[in-house]
Ligand binder design. Structure first.
Ligand code: HPA
Length: 248
């Protein structure tokens, strides 16, 4: 697959566009995939894209641009939590004119979900204060872009992936001893992760298309976890769904 040309020494013509992304305008495609883990971004570039070139290494939050079936696409690590993803997606939407952003992550499974299932996030609740700050204290409802959501559902069905469509929740605490997850489960939330709600709200602010797709990496109730091999296989299927949805 794609050969990675790593920009270890940044060319002298490089104008770092933003504080956190050391790339030139135009280095980043209009369509981007967003894993939390920068090494997952590297894996996507190496295994799923053609001719990928690294455009960012600031803070080791790697970003790459290549093609998928002839379509230009980037993949950028976001780090964990709404504060971290908010930095990257704000810069991507505002300064790099990204139009379509799909988070590809993992989540803890609730309700009838099972390990390795894919959850396509229709809406993303949160306990984070950032969304209220962004909307002047309102309880804004962060939702996915419908066209992307529908395309992801179609792609998941075509790939024979076991998927669920519904609410997810982006929580500030990974280690949470409160009853918050019971309340969320009682309200039909399918999975908990830490980023989607911030992505949806910032995409709404800039009028861009966003979606979050997550594979269930651990079950909240039973503490069952996927092996690293299962995580890689599941991740590949999810990336295919995301890429097909992005260019449907
Ligand atoms: N909680 C929050 N984020 C997660 C989890 C979880 O259990 N699993 C994967 N991402």
């Amino acid at each position: 697959m794609g050969l990675i040309a790593t920009l270890i020494e940044q060319p002298s013509t490089l104008v770092a566009m933003t504080v956190h992304i050391g790339a030139n305008k135009g280095d980043i495609a209009e369509t981007i995939l967003l894993p939390g883990d920068p090494l997952r971004a590297k894996w996507v570039a190496e295994n799923m894209l053609e001719g990928a070139v690294q455009y960012n290494s600031v803070r080791n939050m790697f970003g790459y641009t290549g093609t998928y079936k002839g379509n230009r696409v980037s993949v950028q690590g976001t780090g964990m939590g709404i504060p971290s993803i908010s930095i990257y997606v704000t810069e991507l939407f505002k300064d790099f004119d990204v139009q379509t952003a799909i988070r590809i992550g993992t989540c803890g499974g609730l309700g009838k979900t099972q390990l390795r299932d894919v959850i396509i996030g229709m809406a993303a609740s949160t306990d984070s204060g950032t969304n209220r700050r962004a909307t002047g204290g309102l309880d804004f409802a962060p939702i996915a872009n419908y066209d992307l959501l529908k395309a992801a559902v179609d792609a998941a069905a075509a790939h024979g992936v076991t998927y669920h469509v519904g609410g997810i929740a982006s929580m500030d605490l990974f280690y949470d001893d409160s009853n918050a997850l019971d309340v969320l489960e009682a309200h039909g939330v399918l999975g908990v992760e830490m980023e989607a709600s911030g992505l949806y709200t910032i995409a709404a602010k800039y009028g861009r298309r966003a979606l979050a797709i997550c594979t269930v990496s651990d079950m909240i109730r039973t503490h069952e976890k996927t092996s690293s091999e299962e995580r890689e296989t599941g991740f590949k299927a999810m990336v295919e769904v995301a890429l097909e949805a992005a260019f449907a």
